[in-house]
Design a protein around this ligand. Structure first.
Ligand code: TMP
Length: 236
């Protein structure tokens, strides 16, 4: 399948049309942004890491009954996916306190939760992705009740599968963000990506951060952390 016209350019990916109206090609960039795009940089090799890792994880999730947009990896950076309309909700699951949770509620990072937390942000950079609850999402008609229930059930199942998988790689899955899309018939599928850009990964032994927080917080060894996550996942 060949790319035709570019449909969209986001902060970390470009999306191209193909001859098939139901399929698009996603091309992952090395560009990195944080804080609604106000911090910018390049993480060499990130596009390839995120593409390959995300595809690997989507395939694993599909095997366990989670419908996804994934169709076929075309090369290191490009993947054929089903065309979806993205539900404008960032779905965030947390197993351990970190990031905006720790900041908002005034707690330390690293406190494990008895049960995972589930939250939504409204996917809107101009508004800085504000936190919102189910009734807000319904009021704004961002999704239906049924869709929100489907998304919640799927996201929590994704958490169980990924938490166990990453632990087998020596990595704690602290938290992560998912996005879902609608197929033309309305089916909800997991879309976007699952990568060190969208998850917090801490080394299970040392607690070392192996994700985009190294870029957000200027911790150094950013590229090395992405490559280390590849080794953990693929044993490369
Ligand atoms: P947060 O603690 O900053 O709210 O982030 C929670 C998780 O979501 C973390 O794993 C990083 C991911 N995330 C994104 O994928 N995109 C974003 O824009 C933000 C703010 C967080």
């Amino acid at each position: 399948m060949e790319k035709t016209v570019q449909l969209y350019e986001g902060k970390a990916k470009k999306v191209y049309a193909t001859e098939d109206p139901n399929l698009v090609i996603v091309s992952y960039k090395d560009d990195a942004t944080a804080f609604d795009g106000t911090k910018r940089g390049t993480i060499r090799g990130k596009g390839s890491v995120n593409n390959r890792m995300s595809n690997f994880l989507m395939k694993k999730l599909a095997e366990q009954g989670i419908p996804t947009h994934f169709v076929e990896e075309l090369n290191d950076r490009e993947t054929l996916v089903k065309k979806v309309t993205i539900v404008p909700l960032e779905v965030i699951i947390r197993n351990v306190s970190a990031g905006s949770f720790a900041k908002r509620y005034g707690v330390e990072e690293g406190i494990p939760f008895d049960e995972p937390t589930f939250e939504f942000s409204y996917k809107n950079d101009d508004l800085h992705d504000p936190l919102l609850n189910t009734s807000h999402a319904l009021a704004l008609k961002l999704a239906t009740k049924d869709e929100i229930e489907t998304i919640r059930t799927m996201a929590l199942k994704v958490n169980e599968i990924l938490k166990e998988f990453f632990l087998s790689c020596g990595v704690r899955l602290i938290d992560f963000k998912l996005e879902f899309g609608r197929l033309p018939d309305g089916t909800i599928v997991l879309a976007d990506e699952i990568s060190p850009d969208t998850c917090r990964f801490w080394d299970a032994k040392t607690g070392e951060k192996l994700d985009k927080d190294r870029f957000r917080r200027d911790l150094g060894n950013v590229e090395e952390a992405y490559q280390e996550m590849m080794r953990r996942v693929f044993g490369e």
